[in-house]
Design a protein around this ligand. Sequence first.
Ligand code: GAR
Length: 200
Amino acid sequence: MKRIAVVASGRGSNFQAIIDAIRDGKVPAECIALITDNPKAYAIDRARRAKIPCSIVDYATFPSREVYERALLASMHEADADLFVLAGYMRILGASIVRAFPGKMINIHPALLPSFTGLHAQRQAVQHGVKVAGCTVHFVDESLDGGPIILQKCVPVLGADDEDALAERILEQEHIVFPEAIRLFCEDRLVIEGRKVRIL
Ligand code: GAR
């Protein structure tokens, strides 16, 4: 059974989807920690309800990003997880953290990467007028949302869509594809080959 730790900054609906998938036996893993940079994150309530230990590394209390990242790295080492799952972690991870866990960190992004990296991906999609949007689960490397892609799901953009409507429909797909990607990892079925991921 793999040990997974979730890193989240906010609402935590993806975290909840992961908790539920594990509870329902769809993902052979134990969620051993929530780590958050935000003491007001609703994800913390979800962790408490599921009896998952929570580590709050409050970004606002540190004098610099470097000091914050050292504390975050320490709490990640302490979690001693097989996989770190970034589920709505809204900061860029520094190189020291990415390098500490090669091939052991995945992220979900609300766009069909490599399109629309960074913040407000759904807004970027609406503004660009794309007809198909979606979400991507990928390994984390030192690039911005550029690591090897594991799974993607398409979501059609409808004529009446604004950012919020599109985000909501993408989120429904995130809740399916993220546990699925975690399951593949936990079954040792993901092989990173250069820029690509081969699924066994
Ligand atoms: C999700 O849509 C996720 O894809 C996005 O934040 C939302 C978190 O929702 N992540 C990013 O944009 C990362 N760049 P949640 O807190 O309800 O899981």
